[in-house]
Design a protein around this ligand. Structure first.
Ligand code: KG4
Ligand code: ZN
Length: 345
């Protein structure tokens, strides 16, 4: 029996989980509400909130699992990428525990963990599989040959898909994080506005052009589908346009983001011949993406997988699952390991 305890603290969720032989026994998350009023995550406030949350979250994870710290085989934590102050809280806590309990430590790459969240449910993909990982900080298509052999086939060259959702929401005057709100309003509207699709070579993505076109579109109060910097509308006209068309604007933006993502995913399947396909990351909670992904998979006869909502957004269960597979593969670190804000895997 292999029992792994894990901590996730890369951004604004403080999380702890326990995985035993590939089964998640507990998964506890404290979401930091403090950032809402600032319209985005404030790194220093995130670090402080992690410090406040980490002890109760860790205690709850052990309690929920009915297991004691001495019983774990290794301690895993998010090593990279993320906010460095936030990562330091989790890594220091994990290293202290490892030292005090004399247990091995395992650093986990956050993006690998998002992919391996697909191994949590009983119905899991067989290897090799492709994974479209879409989060607030990343957009990647990853080929996963085994739990410890992953390669990035394509990724964003500028903004992430989640940022495209969040920045659009900000332009529409919606609070952070705006992705779930765009999703909510999009369900009530129709994609009647056509935003341009970027032409980026291969399997890479770009969302910054879309962001600019949305900005110009709103500044013109929708009076033109030509996305030029010609601000014809007054501030009142813009406000009234957004208020009167919020649902259709959200549906149109979401439609375009989803089509950008799924067109590249189709290309990846065509290029690799792998038709076992997964979603991962916070944006995979988006109802439009989930529905379009499932429909596309059905039409193309792919096998499709989407983790449960709680394993799509940041969580420690995915870190524990990755820690479990790294432990089995003998991929163990020592206490000299330090977190990094950015890192390839
Ligand atoms: O994976 P995640 O929890 O954190 C990062 O690692 O970044 O992803 C957070 C992102 C945010 O940009 C948030 O707006 C987006 O996921 N998100 C959504 C939805 N739920 C979360 N975007 C669109 N629709 C949703 N329902
Ligand atoms: Zn994440």
């Amino acid at each position: 029996m292999i029992t792994i305890f894990a901590i996730e603290s890369s951004c604004d969720e403080t999380a702890a989980a326990i995985c035993q032989d590939g089964k998640i026994l507990s998964n506890v998350i404290a979401t930091q509400k403090i950032h809402e009023q600032y319209g985005g995550v404030v790194p220093e406030l995130a670090s402080r909130a992690h410090l406040q949350n980490i002890v109760p979250v860790v205690e709850a994870a052990f309690k929920q699992a009915g297991c004691k710290p001495q019983e774990v085989d290794a301690i895993a934590f998010t090593e990279a990428p993320g906010l460095i102050g936030a990562l330091l809280v989790g890594s220091t806590f994990a290293k202290s525990m490892a030292l005090a309990l004399n247990k091995p430590i395992i650093g986990v790459h956050h993006m690998q963990a998002h992919v391996l969240a697909n191994l949590i449910p009983e119905d899991r993909p067989t290897f090799p599989f492709l994974c479209l990982t879409v989060s607030g900080g990343h957009t990647q298509i990853v080929q996963c040959d085994s739990p410890t052999q992953l390669k990035v086939l394509g990724e964003t060259i500028d903004d992430a898909a989640g940022e495209a959702f969040d920045k659009t929401a900000k332009m529409l005057g919606l609070p952070y994080p705006g992705g779930p709100l765009i999703d909510k309003y999009a369900q009530l509207g129709q994609p009647i506005y056509t935003f341009p699709e970027p032409r980026i070579a291969g399997l890479n993505f770009s969302f910054s052009g879309l962001k600019t076109s949305i900005l110009y579109f709103l500044q013109n109060a929708g009076s033109s589908n030509v996305f030029k910097e010609s601000f014809t509308a007054t501030a009142e006209e813009r406000k009234a346009f957004i208020a009167g068309n919020l649902e259709n604007i959200c549906a149109s933006v979401q439609h375009r983001i989803v089509s950008i993502l799924l067109n590249k995913l189709q290309l990846a399947v065509a290029q690799t011949g792998i038709n076992s396909v997964c979603l991962a990351g916070g944006v995979s909670a988006n109802s439009g993406l989930r529905a379009a992904f499932t429909a596309l998979g059905k039409a193309k006869q792919w096998q499709t997988f989407i983790p449960a909502f709680e394993f799509c957004t940041d969580n420690a269960a995915m870190i524990a699952m990755t820690g479990y597979h790294k432990f089995k593969a003998g991929l163990i670190d020592d206490l000299s390991i330090t977190p990094m804000a950015r890192a390839n895997w």
